[in-house]
Design a protein around this ligand. Sequence first.
Ligand code: ADP
Ligand code: MG
Length: 362
Amino acid sequence: MSNITVCVRFRPLSLKEKRVHGDSVCIMCSDAESFVFKDEKEEDLPFCFDRVFYQDSAQADVYEFLALPIVQDTVKGLNGTIITYGQTGAGKTYSMEGLGILDCDENKKGLLPRVVDGIFECIKSSPEHSNCTVKLSMVEIYMEKVRDLFDLSKDNIQIKENKSQGIMLSGTTEMSILNPAEALKFLFRGISNRAVGETQMNVSSSRSHCVYMFSIQQESALDKRVKSGKLILVDLAGSEKVEKTGAEGRVLEEAKNINKSLSSLGNVINALTNGRGNHIPYRDSKLTRILQDSLGGNSRTALLCCCSPSSSNASESLSTLRFGTRTKLIKTPPRTNTRDANEGKDFLLQVTDNQTEGNSFE
Ligand code: ADP
Ligand code: MG
C-alpha cells in the first residue's frame, strides 16, 4: 500500500465562468471516489481517486479526510506532507488557507488553521504533552531560490540533509508556538511578508511555491527519548503551461524555472512509479529536494489536486487529473526500522501501515 493519498477538489464555477463564458460543468459525479470528465472533444473519461470533493464540499470535510490522519501521525513522531496542486485560480490557496488566516468564518477556514488546532488538540491528549515544543518556519521558492518568509533578508536558504532529521532548511527562522492563536499570528505574518516581497519584486504568488513547515518535538518524562515529527504543507505555483512565446528577460526565466520545479516534480513522481532501483532526480530542483522525504521516504503524503469544473478550463484540469493519477501509482518500498550503526544512538524509524511509533532519538 502507498503512503500517498491523492484527492481531487472541484471548486464551484466562478462568476466569470458563469456570466462571461456561459460555461458548463464538465464533470459528472459518480460517487465519493470517482467521476466522469468530459474533455474538449466531448469524450467521457472516467477517473478514480482516494476521495473526490465536489463543488459544495466543506472545508472541514477536506481537513478530516486528508489532513487529520497526517496531523495525528505527526504528533506521534512521523513525518507528513500535504500538497495542493493545480492551475492558478483552481482553489489551492482557498483549500490551504481559507478566506484569510485571521478572523475567517469558521466554515471557510482552510487546512492550515485546522492543522494548527489539530496539532494542539493531539498534543493535549498525548502523555508527553508537558514537554512538547512546536515550531513553524515558512519559506517561498521562487526562481529556484528559497526565501525565508519570517526574514526576507535570508533570500537564499540552503537545503541540507541530516541523518536524524532528514531534509532541513538550513538557517531558516523558526518560530516557537505555544498555542493555536500564536500560530495563526505567525502564519499571518509570513503570508503578509510574502505579499510584501511579491510587490517589491513585482511577482504574483501564483508563480512561487509556498512551504509551511511545522516541527513537533516531545520529550518523554520517563526515559527522556525525544519524538520528533515534521509536517510540511505546500501551496504550489500554478501548474498551467506558461506561455514562453514572446516572453523575454525575467518573464522567460521565470517561465522556465516554474516549469523546472513542477516538471522536476513530475519526473520524480515518474521515476518513483517506475519501480525500485531507479535514480530519483530529487536534486533537479529546490522543490523536489525539499519534498525528498515526503515523496519517497519516511513520510505520509496527501496530494490535493484542485480543479475548475468549467468546460473552458478542461484542458488544464485534465492535465492536473493526469498528474494526480500518476502520483497515485507511487509505491513506497517496504519499510523496516533502521538503526544507524555508526552513531548508535540515532534511530530513523520508517513508516509502515500499522506503525504508531515515529522518529525518535535519545
Ligand atoms: P489558486 O490558489 O489555486 O490560484 P484560489 O484558492 O485563490 O486559487 O481560488 C480562486 C478563487 O476561487 C478565489 O476567489 C477563491 O476564494 C475561490 N474558491 C476556490 N475554491 C473554492 C471553493 N472550494 N469554494 C468556494 N470558493 C472557492
Ligand atoms: Mg494561490
